[in-house]
Design a binder for this molecule. Structure first.
Ligand code: PMP
Length: 459
């Protein structure tokens, strides 16, 4: 750690935090008697808290964001240079970094051609929901307005995106929610809903059943994570995606892939959907786009969709009547451009594939020794270990024990995460999403910490 904080500075910061900051995702009662953790510095895969304690970060900034690691001076320099040149101009004008980044991004996304800028994952998803609704209004007499979402998936924190939350815990107590959002079953084979050979196809057929129940002419789009993140690191079963694509084409339903977590390398390809041969109509992305160096998200779509907003200009209201004030801040695209350069020049996609295999292998090895691990799943540097009371019943491990394992790792100086509760009350999957720069040593240290924590907490 290079930042010199005296004991007085630390006490001041912690006191100010306790007095005035309302932390995300936190019950504040414990802070009446304990200090909140405040991180002060990061470099590569490591962060330091206000007491000077060092941590190996296996969750890329808590929520799978800092893909290229901490302390990237080239991103900071690029952002600084741009901000003093022109920090901001919004409305209908473009920007130099916006145009450059969009061009570079589209190079990696064959079949797609238009980038719409926003500030967060939720917002990018909301943009697409609005596009879908407007397409319905303008081209289907307003009828094809329903949006399907999947059990255990998550798409954001706003009231609109919470209406598409497959994780009940996130939406509890925030209703009522807007109409027109309909849930389809999840595809996690470990938690089988059908006893069949072709599980992937069967899980996709369940989407068709919902479409037929609702009426295909009322369904405009479906939003899906390529690999479900907070709902349990759910990799799709064989055969799932081709069938989903077929169903979307059959009923003229737009396919919206939420790459907020998977995007920009997390799974070992630029985008998660590219593992499965999917041809999406919309792709949204946020976290890894600028690795947390600036706030930026994007909703990307095809020329076909884009064209749907251009016809009938005489009605004066046919364009996409939407804006995000800070979509005009140039820090986002300039940081995103440099972030992509780093991923490319440092070969981070390849590193992610290699280190991802190692992480998955290590977790499988742990599963051989700890019966509390019921299932291990992952793609690239994005892995989960589902914890159960016993392997036969698959009853989820108590949430308190899962939290105790996470806390034990924290005590050892390794930050890991756990999933959110879905409709089925599951909060029992350990989540790992280290930066794409992780080395073999880092990976082994992460799994060694989990090994120790499992032994200490479970036995
Ligand atoms: N989609 C997915 C898959 C996510 O995991 C998240 C955030 N965890 C979001 C959307 C929402 O992103 P944000 O918090 O930037 O609004």
């Amino acid at each position: 750690m290079t930042l010199d904080l005296t004991q007085n500075d630390i006490s001041d910061v912690v006191a100010a935090d306790r007095a005035h900051v309302w932390h995300h995702l936190s019950q504040h009662k414990p802070y009446e008697t304990t200090d909140p953790r405040v991180f002060v510095e990061g470099k590569g895969m490591r962060v330091w808290d206000a007491t000077g304690k060092e941590y190996l970060d296996a969750v890329s900034g808590g929520v799978w964001t800092v893909n290229v690691g901490y302390g990237r001076e080239s991103i900071a320099d690029a952002v600084r240079d741009q901000l003093v040149r022109l920090n901001y101009f919004a409305g209908s004008a473009g920007s130099v970094p916006g145009a450059r980044f969009a061009e570079k991004l589209i190079e990696k996304m064959p079949g797609l051609s238009r980038v719409y800028f926003a500030n967060s994952g939720s917002e990018a998803n909301e943009k697409v929901y609005k596009m879908v609704r407007q397409i319905s209004a303008r081209h289907y007499g307003g009828k094809k307005n329903k949006i399907l979402y999947r059990d255990r998936d998550y798409h954001g924190t706003t009231i609109g995106t919470l209406a598409t939350s497959g994780q009940a815990q996130r939406a509890e107590q925030y209703g009522p929610f807007p109409d027109g959002f309909v849930m389809v079953p999840h595809c996690l084979e470990y938690r089988k809903q059908w006893d069949v050979e072709n599980y992937g196809e069967r899980a996709a057929d369940a989407i068709e059943e919902v479409i037929l129940r609702e009426g295909p002419d009322t369904v405009g789009a479906i939003v899906l994570e390529p690999v479900t993140a907070g709902g349990g690191v759910i990799t799709p079963p064989e055969g799932y995606w081709p069938r989903v694509q077929e169903i979307c084409r059959k009923y003229d339903i737009l396919l919206h892939i939420d790459e907020v977590v998977c995007g920009l390398g997390r799974t070992g390809k630029w985008f998660g959907y590219q593992h499965y041969g999917i041809e999406p109509d919309f792709v949204t992305m946020a976290k890894g786009v600028a690795s947390g160096y600036a706030a930026i998200s994007c909703a990307v779509t095809t020329e076909r969709v884009f064209e749907m907003f251009k016809d009938a200009p005489e009605d004066g209201m046919s364009y996409f009547r939407d804006i995000s004030t800070f979509g005009g801040c140039t820090a986002g695209p300039v940081a995103a451009l440099e972030n992509m350069r780093i991923i490319e020049d440092e070969g981070l996609l390849e590193n992610t594939r290699i280190m991802g295999e190692r992480l998955l292998g290590n977790l499988n090895e742990l599963m051989g020794r700890h019966s509390v691990i019921g299932d291990v799943r992952g793609k690239g540097l994005f892995c989960g270990a589902e914890l159960v009371k016993d392997r036969d019943s698959k009853e989820p491990l108590d949430e308190k024990l899962v939290q105790a394992i996470v806390a034990d790792c924290m005590g050892q100086g390794v930050i890991i995460g756990a999933t959110n509760r879905s409709l089925h009350g599951m909060n029992n999957t350990l989540c790992l999403s280290p930066a794409l720069i992780a080395t073999a040593e880092d990976i082994d240290r992460i799994t060694a910490a989990i090994d120790t924590a499992l032994t200490r907490v479970i036995g």
